[in-house]
Design a protein around this ligand. Structure first.
Ligand SMILES: O=C(O)CCC(=O)C(=O)O
Length: 257
């Protein structure tokens, strides 16, 4: 299996994203893909995430990261086949191919910003700036609630992925607002691809309900993953996945247990 065969097997074609969509992703650093999930699918994902959050309690998210004021879960790859869409959807994979070339999943997590919480500093999801075009990581945020101006919708600074700097190099306080920032306001079921070198962050959830989303985070194939998929992959998961899905996860050998 190689990248092109895996993408073809998963339904990615040359025109899966239009030229205009690719140009928008290059220019702005983010691209909303509306209507990827139906409301019934959003409801099923939310129900499964709620059950996992209850079951995992204080351990929830520990495989990658816990964050005050949020409910996080990590390693969703191994927690239910319902989540496989996040690393198999042709439109998402076409975007990753466009930004990263040879890529694999880095991690698949969820994040719900709780009422009165969720604000983050502007940041990039990579430790150092990279030159425009030499992108190493790219994210996809799966909206499981309508993202509104008030409920903690992610903010981004359009075009900042091309600046080759980090927010702290240009802003006195990256927790503050940036004059060019915009919020990702879109209905549940949308997936927003965002170049992870784009300055972005969660905002304060001023509503009385959690703002739920999943993050399918991808990296170039030569990078270490945020969650080592070979180390974590369960035998049952391996057996359920197609060869192309295993390739996207960067899984090389069957797990021993
Ligand atoms: O969930 C969000 O709105 C963004 C989260 C984010 O950027 C992060 O956790 O690094």
């Amino acid at each position: 299996m190689d990248m092109l065969s895996a993408l073809a097997d998963l339904g990615v074609a040359a025109d899966t994203l239009s030229a205009a969509e690719n140009q928008r992703l290059d220019r702005d650093g983010f691209l909303p893909l509306p209507g990827i999930l139906r409301q019934s699918e959003v409801d099923s994902l939310n129900a499964r995430l709620a059950a996992l959050t209850d079951a995992e309690g204080d351990r929830a998210g520990l495989e990658v990261h816990q964050e005050t004021g949020t409910d996080r879960l990590a390693d969703l790859v191994n927690k239910d086949p319902i989540f496989y869409v996040c690393f198999s959807h042709p439109r998402v994979l076409a975007a990753m191919r466009h930004v990263l070339g040879e890529f694999k999943l880095s991690s698949l997590n969820s994040r719900a910003a709780l009422p009165g919480q969720g604000h983050q500093s502007l940041h990039a999801d990579f430790g150092e700036p990279v030159s425009a075009g030499a992108y190493r990581v790219c994210n996809s945020i799966w909206l499981l609630d309508d993202f509104t101006a008030d409920n903690g919708a992610t903010r981004v600074v359009p075009g900042s992925h091309r600046r080759a700097t980090m927010p702290a190099q240009e802003m006195p306080d990256p927790a503050g607002s940036h004059p060019e920032e915009v919020q990702l306001i879109a209905p549940a079921g949308t997936v927003v691809i965002f170049n992870s070198h784009l300055w972005h962050g969660g905002t304060l959830n001023r509503s009385d309900r959690p703002r739920r989303a999943m993050h399918g985070y991808f990296c170039q194939r030569d990078l270490p993953q945020q969650l080592d998929q070979n180390a974590y992959l369960r035998r049952t998961t391996y057996e359920r996945l197609s060869p192309a899905q295993r390739f996207v996860l960067g899984v090389t050998e069957p797990p021993t247990s």
